[in-house]
Write a protein that binds this ligand. Structure first.
Ligand code: C5P
Length: 217
């Protein structure tokens, strides 16, 4: 138990972006490398958890001992998450696109044919908020919030609105996107912890330690 503190726990991690098709060759997406989410999945597996990683389109190898489900769109991600329940812990790191295109073109839209008509968008499901309101809400529900300003303030609002236990607020005003380092603030019901800038693997192992401690109390 000392070395595998999450043994016997099932941890769900979402990671990467989602792609929302416009036509067969174009899509709408958020910027996300998937690195932080994959690092958390790996750290949870090292800590002994059974880990299900629901991954959007990214070019990253599957961490050892992790069950991976690849998805493309937010709606596919929601379905994969729901199929994975119940879990003890969910860490929602994916940068889910907020909207999808309601009428996806079956063929490539041609510039010469007059170009693109205004796209009609519809809101995607909020997967984190869905879990927060679910009867199958995990014992520990953790969201991420990428912000460029007023990082902690927005994260506190998000924690309440989405029914999450913790929000890991990350300041993406610098070189975080696609980079190897992260500066995060852990927002819980008890307050805010400011973590120093560190690499994404270290953020992952510290977060998994924090999760193990919370579950053992
Ligand atoms: O509202 P915002 O997108 O900033 O919230 C970020 C958090 O919510 C992340 O944990 C993200 O994975 C989750 N989220 C989600 N489904 C969405 C949008 C965000 O699970 N449609």
């Amino acid at each position: 138990p000392l070395h595998r503190p999450l043994y016997g726990r099932h941890v769900l991690v979402t990671a990467g972006p989602t792609h929302e098709p416009i036509d067969p060759v174009r899509y709408i997406a958020n910027r996300s490398s998937g690195k932080q989410g994959f690092a958390i999945a790996e750290a949870a597996a090292v800590a002994g958890a059974r880990v299900t990683l629901v991954a959007g389109p990214v070019h990253l190898p599957t961490p050892p001992g992790v069950d991976r489900i690849d998805v493309e769109t937010a709606r596919e991600m929601e379905e994969a998450v729901n199929q994975t329940l119940p879990v003890d812990v969910a860490v929602m790191v994916a940068a889910v696109a907020d909207w999808h295109v309601t009428r996806q073109a079956g063929q490539k839209i041609k510039k010469e044919g007059g170009g693109i008509a205004p796209l009609e968008l519809a809101e995607n499901p909020d997967i984190l908020a869905g879990l927060g309101a679910s009867v199958q809400k995990p014992r520990l529900l953790i969201g991420f919030a990428a912000e460029t300003h007023d990082v902690v303030h927005y994260a506190q609002g998000k924690r309440q609105r989405k029914g999450a236990d913790w929000i890991i607020a990350n300041d993406v005003s610098g070189d975080v996107m696609g980079g190897n380092h992260n500066t995060v603030h852990v927002v819980t019901a008890d307050g805010v912890e400011d973590w120093e800038r560190m690499d994404k693997e270290r953020v992952a192992t510290r977060l998994v330690e924090r999760i193990s401690n919370a579950l053992s109390h």
